[in-house]
Design a protein around this ligand. Sequence first.
Ligand code: HH2
Length: 274
Amino acid sequence: MPPSCNHPLVTPIEERFPRPSVMGVVNVTPDSFSDGGVHLDPDVAAAAARRMVAEGAAIVDVGGESTRPGSDGVSADEELRRIVPVLERLNGEVPVSIDTAKAEVARRALALGAELVNDVTALRGDPELAGVVADAGAYLCLMHMQGTPRTMQQEPHYDDVASEVAAFLEERLAFAVSQGVAEERICLDPGIGFGKTVEHNLELMRRLDVLLALGRPLLIGFSRKSTLKRLGADDLVSASVGAAIAAYERGATILRVHDVAAHVDALRVAKAFA
Ligand code: HH2
């Protein structure tokens, strides 16, 4: 029987992933914006995932569909073709998050040992996904995005980005709970770069307290994103670490990153100052 909201065995997400926890990114795609093609070979992807955990990642986020600006989606069959061989090689020995909006892909990944579903559509993409997460008793990340990956960077607009993102996440959190997902298993993400200008991303980070007030742990993915370059950064690893430390200092719990070792070291030191 799946754990229910009040089940004593449900470990809250903030206990399973204490602040700060690093989520390593393994994109099994030909076209992801920063590591596209690198992990297309399942042996290479599985080795990268194991290396990230050895470097201190609490979990690795395996994705078979790029969400970079302008990208089209791929079919569930293609996503499965990319991620299943990787999860089979990991054999349940590595903590895995599945980066998908598709119920069929999530179901298969959870059966192969994934424990968290990272849905950049916040349960708007596939009406069956909420039920899959609830039945499995999986952890869930709900992310904000304005528009779709194809259109999201065409003149994103907000009157007040922090309040609008908070209102969206609050509504999506209530929806997930209404579908049977235990609230203590859910984290929220403002979706850095998903339908946002540089200024929107900065404003969200400055006003992270508005999102923290929703009472759920926050996941932040600033790693290697174009905002860092637009701020004048030359070295994307250093810039990503700077963004992650600032996000952690402002209250973020899970940092989604490509360069695990550098982030784990930096966060270890930042945490010692807390
Ligand atoms: N960013 C990306 C993908 N998934 N999930 C969450 N929760 N938060 C994020 O900020 C986030 C995400 C985009 O980064 P990446 O995976 O490197 O690229 P792509 O989508 O092109 O594969």
